[in-house]
Design a protein around this ligand. Structure first.
Ligand code: PMT
Length: 368
């Protein structure tokens, strides 16, 4: 790429970005799973939502040791997926590997270790060996866990939930594009709910270091023996990842990273990849309260989709703002103070989106 990808038209930026990276090796397998899942739900005339969740990474090296990460535990995506399932949707859950998942989120990353939910049951008869007692769920967690377990089993047994992982921003982009195109037969029964925290900057593959970036200079006459003999390699002033580019001024032992903007693929999703008549919901995360509504409204105007849900990092668990193209244009949804407690499993309640109606109007589980 010669000109910056950030200056290109959306379609040109798409081919420039996707030519930069080989598709993930797992893509054909993932596509096969998604195709079968979508076909099943097209036949059943069921609505299908693609929920994206968790943060993408930007590797600094091709053989990656270091990477830049994006904030997101996956709480919003995993929680919302459960609400969508309750509303009769089938859910494709495109998530950052090892981030929170629907249902298991109640126990996996909670303040308790999952073992704290268990106990050894007392022997039920004299003949039962107390040293080999059965493991049971502790009595105080029985009701909540039964409820979660039933919902999880229902989703699994009825093939209503497909879990697909990503790690890097390029994996996310390839997978999002493929899934959106595969969802075309769903038409207006498709919904996109983009809660993932997607990296805005990346290192193009042709500028990326192949191997681990060294923090000290490797001598020019390096050999295995000299490495053993010369433990004190000469420290470089600067380590620079932008190969084939003029080196920046040296200023001490710094890692200077030169990142390009990731094209905003929301444009392509709305105008090209997604099925005709489908609904697209995106999220906007800010830290400065004075910017949130402005940025969310700008995103809605720029991409002409149906709904932007804005949230602030510090209050995201309790309040969100819905920005819509039709009245009321701006609507705040808040979890009342009394409900901001932790549930028994230690997972905080958060704004749950019980229903998102077609046509851009939306309602939520809790409104003030
Ligand atoms: O998981 P939690 O810990 O519960 O946190 C949830 C959350 C705060 C991460 C979530 O609620 C949220 O706000 N997610 C979106 C954060 C974000 O990445 O915003 P953005 O301004 O970078 O992107 C806005 C939209 O554009 C997103 O829907 C994204 O899918 C899309 N995008 C982003 C970058 C890019 N290159 N192309 C895109 O299409």
């Amino acid at each position: 790429m010669t000109s910056s990808i950030g200056d290109m038209e959306p379609a040109e930026a798409e081919s420039a970005y996707f030519n930069e990276y080989p598709p993930p090796k797992t893509l054909p397998n993932l596509e096969a799973l998604a195709r079968a899942f979508i076909e099943r739900h097209v036949e059943a005339n069921r609505r299908v939502v693609l929920v994206t969740s968790g943060g993408t990474t930007v590797p600094l090296e091709a053989q990656t040791v270091r990477f830049i990460d994006n904030f997101s535990a996956g709480t919003r995506g995993a929680t919302s997926a459960e609400y969508f399932l309750e509303q009769g949707y089938a859910v494709i859950f495109l998530h950052r590997q090892y981030s929170l998942l629907p249902y298991s989120r109640h126990y996996s990353h909670s303040t308790n270790c999952f073992l704290d939910f268990m106990d050894e049951a007392p022997p039920t008869s004299e003949s039962e060996n107390p040293d080999h007692g059965r493991i049971v769920v502790r009595s105080e967690y029985q009701d909540e866990m039964r409820d979660v377990l039933r919902k999880y089993r229902y989703a699994k047994q009825n093939n209503l939930l497909l879990l697909l992982p990503f790690t890097t921003v390029s994996e996310y982009m390839f997978e999002l594009r493929s899934l959106a195109k595969l969802m075309r037969p769903l038409g207006p029964n498709a919904l996109f709910y983009l809660a993932a925290a997607v990296s805005d900057f990346f290192i193009p593959r042709h500028r990326m270091a192949e191997h681990k970036i060294q923090s000290s200079e490797i001598p020019a006459n390096f050999s295995d023996e000299s490495a053993v003999a010369s433990d004190e390699a000469v420290a470089s002033d600067d380590i620079y990842t932008g190969e084939n580019e003029p080196e920046p001024p040296k200023s001490g032992k710094k890692l200077v990273v030169n990142l390009d903007p990731v094209p905003k693929f929301l444009h392509r999703l709305v105008d090209g990849w997604a099925p005709e008549g489908s609904m697209v919901v995106s999220f906007k995360l800010e830290t400065d309260p004075s910017l949130l509504v402005y940025k969310a409204k700008t995103a809605l105007q720029r991409y002409s989709h149906h709904l932007v849900i804005g949230n602030l990092l510090s209050t995201r668990k309790w309040e969100v703002v819905f920005i819509t193209p039709d009245p009321p244009y701006e609507r705040w949804i808040r979890v009342p103070k009394a409900r901001r407690s932790k549930s028994i499993s230690g997972v905080e309640d958060q704004v749950g989106l019980a229903e998102i109606k077609k046509g851009g109007s939306a309602t939520s589980a809790e409104a003030e």
